[in-house]
Design a protein around this ligand. Structure first.
Ligand code: ADP
Ligand code: MG
Length: 410
C-alpha cells in the first residue's frame, strides 16, 4: 500500500487545521426525514473521531442520490446531519445550500465549532463535471483533504478528484483503508481455493468482473439474472426471464474462454420459476433448459444451492457480488439467504469473505448476517469497478505515501 492514510499524518499536519473530508452519506431516507439504514454514517465515525481527537476541525461533504446538478429539498443531507450529531453526541453545523462566499466565511469564522456538514455536493453542476472552479471553492473549506467515501471512489468528481489538485496532503480515511485492504487481500493475496459468486442484474458491468476474475479465482459461481444471460448465450429457452440482450455475445465468449483458463465457471443446474415477479407467486423448480414460454427464472434451485454449498464451504477466500434471485419477493429470496448463510458458515470456519454490491449487502443485512462476514463493503459501484480491474480515480488521486515520513509504516 503506497497511498497516504490519516494514520501517516504528523500531529502538526492535523492539529489546529481544518480537514476537508469526503464521505459517502448516500443513505436511504424515507419521507425526507427517516434514515432507514445508517451503515454508511456509522462506518466513518472512527475517522471523524480520530481527526477531532487529533485537534482538527472537520468539514464533511457527501452526495445523496442524483439531484442532477440543481438544488432539490428532497435530496438534502439535513437528516443525515442530525443523525451524525446524535451518533457523535456533539453539535454538527449543517451548512445549507448554496455554498457561497458568506457560507464559506461562516465556516472559516465559526472557530468554536469543529464539525460541519455541507449540503449535497451534487446540487452543483460542477461536482459531477469535476469542474476546476467548483473544486477550488470546495478546497477553500479545508487545509488538507481526507477521502473516506469509498462508495464514491469510482467517480472522478470535484469532491473526490478535483479537490486533490488544490489541497495537500490528501489522505485516505480508515474506512477507505479497510475497504481497499479487504479487496487487495482477496484479489492479490488470496488463500486458495478462491471462490467468487456473481449474481444480480447488472450484466453489462458484471461481465467485466467475470472476465477480470478469470485466472485469478479457482471457481466462479453464477446466479441471479446474470445466469439468465448465460443461458441465453448457450441457446437455452429462457421464457420471459430477465436478461441483458447486449451482454449475450460476451457471455458466449466467456463460456469459451473459461475452457482455456484454470478457472471453473459454474452455472445453475436448476431454477425456481414463476409467471409473475411478485411475492408468493405460484412457482416450481425445474432444470435450467426447461423454462416454458411466459415463465421467469427468479431464483437458483435446490440442486444448485447444494453444488454451490460444497464449493463455498471448501473455499478459503470468497468474494460475493449480486443476489442469487429476486430476493425482494418471498420465496424467491431463499437461494440468496441460503448462500448468505453458507458464506457466514465458511467465514466461521476461517475463510476470508467479502460481500459487495448495494443489493447483495441489503440481502446480507436482511438475513441479519452482516457481523458474520469478514468484510461487508459500503460501496457497490466502487467495489465492482475494483473487481473489474479498473483503477478507482478517487484512490489514485490521493497522495502517495513517502516512506520516510515520520508516520512510517503501519
Ligand atoms: P448489486 O446491487 O448487489 O450489485 P445488482 O444491482 O446487479 O446487484 O442486482 C440486484 C437486483 O437483481 C435485485 O434487485 C434482484 O431483484 C435482481 N435479480 C436477481 N436475480 C434476478 C432474476 N433471476 N430475475 C430478475 N431480477 C433478478
Ligand atoms: Mg444494485
Amino acid at each position: 500500500m503506497d497511498r497516504l492514510s490519516i494514520k501517516d499524518l504528523r500531529e502538526d499536519e492535523i492539529r489546529g487545521k481544518t480537514a476537508l473530508v469526503r464521505v459517502d452519506f448516500n443513505v436511504p431516507i424515507e419521507d425526507g426525514r427517516t434514515i432507514t439504514d445508517d451503515l454508511r454514517i456509522t462506518s466513518v465515525l472512527d475517522t471523524i473521531r480520530y481527526l477531532i481527537h487529533a485537534g482538527a476541525r472537520l468539514v464533511l461533504m457527501s452526495h445523496l442520490d442524483k439531484p442532477g446538478g440543481k438544488f432539490d429539498k428532497k435530496h438534502s443531507l439535513r437528516a443525515v446531519s442530525q443523525r451524525l450529531a446524535e451518533l457523535l453526541e456533539q453539535n454538527v453545523v449543517f451548512v445549507e445550500y448554496p455554498l457561497d462566499r458568506d457560507a464559506i466565511d461562516r465556516i472559516r469564522n465559526l472557530t468554536d465549532e469543529n464539525v460541519f456538514l455541507i449540503d449535497n455536493v451534487r446540487f452543483y453542476p460542477g461536482e459531477e463535471g469535476n469542474d476546476d472552479e467548483f473544486s477550488s471553492r470546495l478546497a477553500e473549506l479545508g487545509d488538507f483533504f481526507v477521502n473516506d467515501g469509498f462508495g464514491a471512489a469510482h467517480r472522478a468528481h470535484a469532491s473526490t478528484v478535483g479537490v486533490t489538485r488544490h489541497l495537500s496532503p490528501c489522505a485516505a480515511g480508515f474506512l477507505m483503508v479497510r475497504e481497499l485492504e479487504a479487496l487487495e487481500k482477496a484479489l492479490n493475496r488470496p488463500e486458495r481455493p478462491f471462490v467468487a459468486i456473481i449474481g444480480g442484474a447488472k450484466a453489462k458491468d458484471k461481465i467485466k468482473v467475470i472476465r477480470n476474475l478469470f485466472g485469478k479465482v479457482d471457481t466462479l459461481l453464477i446466479g441471479g439474472a446474470m445466469a439468465n444471460t448465460f443461458f441465453a448465450a448457450l441457446g437455452y429457452p429462457i421464457g420471459a426471464s430477465y436478461y441483458d440482450v447486449n451482454s449475450v455475445g460476451l457471455a458466449h465468449s466467456l463460456v469459451q474462454e473459461a475452457k482455456q483458463t484454470e478457472t471453473e465457471l459454474i452455472l445453475p443446474q436448476d431454477c425456481v420459476i414463476a409467471e409473475k415477479k411478485e411475492t408468493r407467486a405460484p412457482n416450481r423448480t425445474i432444470g435450467v433448459n426447461e423454462i416454458p414460454p411466459g415463465w421467469m427464472a427468479l431464483d437458483i434451485g435446490t440442486l444448485t444451492r447444494q453444488t454451490y454449498r460444497d464449493k463455498i464451504l471448501g473455499a478459503k477466500t470468497v468474494v460475493w457480488n449480486g443476489p442469487m434471485g429476486v430476493f425482494e419477493h418471498e420465496p424467491f429470496n431463499e437461494g440468496t439467504v441460503e448462500i448468505a448463510r453458507i458464506v457466514a458458515e465458511t467465514t466461521a470456519q476461517g475463510a476470508f469473505t467479502l460481500v459487495g454490491g448495494g443489493e447483495s449487502v441489503a440481502a446480507i443485512r436482511a438475513a441479519g448476517l452482516q457481523d458474520d462476514i469478514s468484510h461487508v463493503s459500503t460501496g457497490g459501484g466502487a467495489c465492482l469497478q475494483y473487481l473489474a480491474g479498473t483503477d478507482l480515480p478517487g484512490v489514485t488521486a490521493l497522495t502517495a505515501r513517502d516512506r520516510n515520513r515520520s508516520g512510517g509504516e503501519q
